[in-house]
Every structure is written in C-alpha cells, then in structure tokens.
Write a protein that binds this ligand. Structure first.
Ligand SMILES: *Cc1c(COP(=O)(O)O)cnc(C)c1O
Length: 375
C-alpha cells in the first residue's frame, strides 16, 4: 500500500526532544519554543510569532483577538476545513460562505464585495494547497470596509503572494504543523501577528488570561488574571520536534517540489487532452508543493478513479465536503448555491504526497491513472 501520507523525521527530532528533557523544561515557552518563534520572525518577517497547539487553536485565538461578538459576520470560503468556520462560530458569528474560483479552490475575490454588509467583521482567505489567494484584492476590500483579514495559512508555509510570504499580509494568520502538512510536529500550529496592536493581548489570552509572559520578561513583578484566556501553548517537546523540521526546511521543500514536478510532468498528457485539470497557479502565486491534486470532469469518474486506485493499493483521497453542504450548517441555515465549491467537493482527488515517496512509486501511480483513463 502506498499511503496518502507518512510523517517525516528529518534527523534531529528525538535529539532535540531529549535536549528539552535534559533542560528540565518541557512545558510551554521553553528553549525550543523560543527558537521556533525566532525562526518565523526572522525568516518570514512576522512581527510576532506564537506557537499554538494547532492551527485550529491559532484561529480561535484570532477570533478572540478581533473580539468577534454574536451577530458579527465573517466571510470564509465554503471549500475549506471545518476549523476555519468553527473558530468564529464558537464566538457566535454568522458564517458567510464565498464561492471558489472556477479553476482554483481559493476564494473568488470578484464575488466578495457583494457579501459584505454593515455587520461584516472579517474575511478569512484560505490559501488552498499553499497557492496564494488574491491578497491585493482582499486587502483593498478590507481597507475600504474596515475589516480584519485573518489568513488561514495552514497549508501555506514558504509560499508567497508576489514577493510577500503568505501569513504576513493579513492582520493575523494561522499555520498548521499537523502531520499532513509540509513541516510537522504531529499536532501544532502558529499564530502570526502582523498588526502590532494584537501582540500584548495575544500573549495574555494564550497564557490562560494572565500576564505571565510579561512576568517572565521581568516587566511586571507578579502575574495575575488580567483578561479572558485559555491554554493555547504547546509543550516544548512539540516545539523541539518542530524546530528540527524547521532546520531542515530547505531539504524538505526541495524534495517536495521534485515530487510535485514528477507528478506534473507524468500527468501533463491527460491535462492537455482535457481529461483532468491541474491546480491553476496564478502569476502572483508560488508553489510550495503542499499537495498534488487533480480535478476530474465529473463525480462519477472521480469516484471510479478513487476506487481503482484503492484496488491498486494507492491511498488517494478526496478532500473537503463544502461546508455549505454540511449537516451542521444546513440544520441552521438555508441552502446556498456555490457551484465552484461543489465542483471541487465532487471532482477533486489528492494523490499520495510525502517526503519519502520515491520517484518509482510516483511513476507507478501515474501509470495507473493513465491506464484508468485509457480504458
Ligand atoms: C490542516 C488545516 C487546518 C487545521 O489545522 P490543525 O493544525 O489540524 O488544527 C485548518 N485549515 C486548513 C485550510 C487546513 O488545511
């Protein structure tokens, strides 16, 4: 069986976890957490980086920071992971779904302005497959209507919009280090703060509503309960694993891009004949090789191909069920029509993608896909 995903160890993960233990500090904000923060702040120019236990948590922290209140509206793509919606739903927001572009699951910025009302508080673009949304269009709307932008950059590490790294453009952004992402720690995430007004409160909310971070820096002489909060910080063992990955980011990205290109070149003949479609990567976006997906021409064919690959021991998978079609949403809301979102729900397939996937395995997968369409 070629699995869909296999978590990767780049080399120093266990050594660094042992070092955290030897340091007698494995709770949050230890030595390795600080190294990870520094990595993100210096490499990507994020004003303040804060590790969280997941991207889901980083999004929830963001929703608290922008002070979402019941009745506020938040615009997100429907074709996304549940956490993009839940973070705001939990605070009582009304989720407003935007459709995807026709040739790319990212939010269609041409249809965004029509969704903005006097209650709109934020837009949450998701950079699907690490391919940038049109951030110029989104930031222009945010400025015009005084909205916050929170980038769901879960899949977007190392990727850029024009010359800017994703996760550095919105007021806030959330990254994921779940084992299916490029850089992993099993579970894990990061809140990127690009608007300085949020830094102090983010530290407090992340530390159970206390000013403990200031206390440890010697800025206050005791710490106490100063705001609402929760426990969003990961153990330093997780940060140790993550830091080993970050140190290997160039090696990891190089191999992932090679894998992506082997798939692309091998399947090009099918896309040229219009049998499948590839990810459209606009000129303003880069490719971080987060995933390789193909889009079939209809759902029946997609499901037959998935079954055929499974019979050949290839762990290909479909992806999101659009949230506007979900049980939870339809329980409380009227049906909305989002044709592009529906198309990606029914026609998209993600192919196995992980560091240790060999060229031989990829060529085997390509051969099976081509033989499926030849019959
Ligand atoms: C993976 C992912 C998340 C959730 O990340 P976790 O770290 O598992 O909480 C959120 N949004 C998107 C777009 C994702 O791909």
């Amino acid at each position: 069986m070629i699995p869909f995903n296999k978590p990767y160890q780049s080399g120093k993960e266990l050594e660094y976890m042992q070092a955290a233990l030897d340091n007698n500090k494995i709770s949050g904000d230890g030595m390795f957490t600080k190294k990870c923060h520094h990595f993100f702040e210096s490499k990507y120019n994020i004003k303040k980086a804060l590790l969280t236990t997941s991207c889901t948590d980083a999004l929830e922290l963001a929703a608290l920071l922008i002070n979402i209140q019941p009745g506020d509206e938040v615009i997100i793509p429907s074709y996304t992971f549940v956490s993009t919606a839940n973070a705001f739903e939990l605070r009582g927001a009304k989720i407003v779904f935007a459709d995807s572009e026709s040739n790319n699951p990212n939010i269609d910025t041409n249809k965004l302005e029509a969704l903005i009302t006097s209650k709109t508080k934020a837009i949450v673009p998701v950079h699907y497959a690490g391919v940038a949304c049109n951030m110029n269009a989104i930031m222009a709307l945010a400025n015009k209507y005084n909205l916050f932008v929170i980038e769901d950059a879960a899949q977007a590490i190392e990727s850029k919009f024009e010359n800017k790294y994703l996760g550095t453009i919105g007021h806030l952004a959330a990254f994921s280090f779940h084992e299916t992402k490029n850089i992993i720690s099993g579970e894990g995430g990061l809140l990127a703060i690009n608007d300085e007004q949020f830094i102090q409160r983010a530290e407090i909310i992340r530390e159970k509503g206390t000013n403990r971070s200031q206390f440890f820096r010697g800025e206050v002489d005791k710490y106490s309960w100063v705001d609402i909060g929760s426990s969003f910080l990961p153990s330093d063992l997780i940060a140790a694993y993550l830091f080993a990955q970050l140190e290997s980011i160039e090696k990891i990205q190089k191999r992932r891009l090679e894998i992506w290109n082997v798939y692309f070149n091998g399947l090009k003949q099918l896309s040229e004949k219009g049998i499948i479609q590839f990810a459209n990567i606009p000129d303003y976006a880069s490719n971080n090789a987060h995933m390789f997906y193909i889009v079939c021409n209809n759902e029946i064919q997609r499901n037959e191909l998935l079954l055929f690959l499974k019979q050949n021991n290839i762990g290909a998978v479909f992806h999101y069920i659009s949230l506007h079609q979900s049980v939870y949403y339809l329980k409380n809301n009227k049906k909305v029509a989002l044709a592009n979102s529906d198309k990606f729900t029914s026609n998209l397939i993600r192919l196995p993608f992980y560091y240790e996937l060999s060229d031989e395995q990829i060529i085997f997968i390509i051969g099976k896909i081509i033989s499926f369409f030849n019959n």
